[in-house]
Ligand binder design. Structure first.
Ligand SMILES: [Zn+2]
Length: 185
């Protein structure tokens, strides 16, 4: 009887834990790097034609995960890769300050760690206390990291205040005369 009670207790505990895990499953498929938009089968997704508004929307939705307890400046980025999949990233600050990493680089490392090779575009949003009141341009280090995984002439950087209010640059415009992988050949 005692053994039976223990089994029941364990089963109940597992059920509670399982239910807890399911609750934490991200609702936004982009967080998992899944395809969130079906482009026509014949269409080739490029830096020119990817859906700007969708990418901005995903960045805005994920901004709540920004970890910025020291500056309170929250940043979020969503990157669309050659496969058509979208990956998200946020700034992650650290009490040592120097170990802080930007949203753009967490999005890019998220994509590369998932097997992606080429960036088509990135959308960036940011502001104090989750409030996007101005355009948030990428820092120089992030521009260089983007350069590693794209052709700067046809990779687009979108800095946005909202889904409809944004600026669209090629990486070449933001990082002219750049140093990249071909420079070592
Ligand atoms: Zn940066």
């Amino acid at each position: 009887m005692k053994h039976l009670k223990l089994t029941h207790t364990l089963a109940l505990l597992c059920l509670i834990l399982f239910a807890g895990c399911s609750k934490n499953t991200p609702e936004n498929p982009a967080v998992k790097g899944e395809l969130v938009k079906e482009y026509p089968e014949t269409a080739v997704i490029t830096g020119e034609n990817f859906d700007r508004q969708q990418l901005i929307r995903i960045a805005l939705e994920n901004m709540k995960n920004s970890y910025a307890p020291y500056s309170n400046f929250n940043v979020s980025a969503a990157v669309v890769m050659g496969s058509g999949k979208i990956y998200t990233g946020v700034n992650v600050e650290n009490s040592s300050y120097g170990a802080t990493i930007c949203a753009e680089r967490t999005a890019i490392t998220h994509a590369i760690a998932s097997g992606e090779k080429k960036i088509l575009g990135i959308a960036i949003v940011g502001g104090m206390n989750q409030n996007v009141s101005d355009y948030c341009a990428p820092c120089g280090v992030c521009r260089q990291v983007m350069r590693e995984f794209c052709n700067p002439k046809d990779m687009h950087v979108i800095i946005a205040k909202s889904e409809t209010d944004y600026k669209d640059f090629t990486l070449e415009e933001l990082l002219p005369e750049s140093f990249g992988p071909e420079s070592l050949n």
